[in-house]
Design a binder for this molecule. Structure first.
Ligand code: ZN
Length: 199
């Protein structure tokens, strides 16, 4: 052994094959600043090594034994080079998913370190709406709105639990509407939007 320790990350086996296919599929994507097209992130986690390969178009290939396991097939359609609209839609869906995750009480407690509260879910969603995709704004039921006759309506007047239900019911319906507009194929998000709390 030399005095200097080395850390080496490798991509091999089924992952190497997937990476080859990914590189082939993205060979026409623009070159990045440093001349390459791909960046690689290796993240050791308690569950294994997570490897992310990111193309300049914004598409990402996830490898490693961290998420779905090495047996998962290469998904040609979902891993296609991204257009600008694809990227915007993905940002919208990612943001929607972030908010939707908070519906799960256990996840909420894990992420926030306290019991699920309407005010925090609401504040979080409004924060995401302010800095994220503009469509998120349309999916939030705001605390106050105006009816057709310009009367002020208070939208959250129930218990914390009722308000949370109100928020997520509106949110899911609105997200689905937005997804339908561009025929989103994000089944995971669609399923989440169609599910009831605690299912
Ligand atoms: Zn690409």
């Amino acid at each position: 052994m030399t005095s200097k320790e080395k850390v080496i990350f490798e991509i091999n086996g089924a992952d190497a094959k997937k990476l080859k296919r990914f590189e082939r599929q993205h060979k026409n994507c623009p070159m990045g600043m440093e001349g390459g097209r791909f960046s690689y992130t290796f993240t050791p986690t308690g569950l294994g090594l997570a490897i992310t390969v990111k193309c300049t178009c914004g598409q990402q290939l996830l490898l490693g034994d961290f998420l779905e396991g090495p047996d998962k097939e290469y998904d040609e359609v979902n891993l296609r080079p991204l257009t600008e609209d694809d990227i915007k839609n993905k940002q919208f869906e990612d943001a929607a998913l972030l908010i939707l995750n908070l519906e799960d009480r256990r996840f909420f407690k894990m992420a926030m370190g306290l019991e699920q509260i309407f005010e925090i879910v609401y504040a979080y969603a409004v924060g995401v709406a302010r800095y994220g995709d503009p469509r998120i704004s349309k999916t939030i039921l705001y605390k106050v709105s105006f009816d057709d006759a310009h009367n002020l309506i208070m939208n959250y007047t129930g218990t914390d639990e009722e308000n949370l239900a109100e928020f997520f019911e509106y949110f899911k319906r609105a997200v689905l509407e937005e997804m339908d507009k561009y025929h989103s194929d994000n089944e995971r998000l669609r399923k989440k939007c169609l599910s009831k709390q605690d299912e």
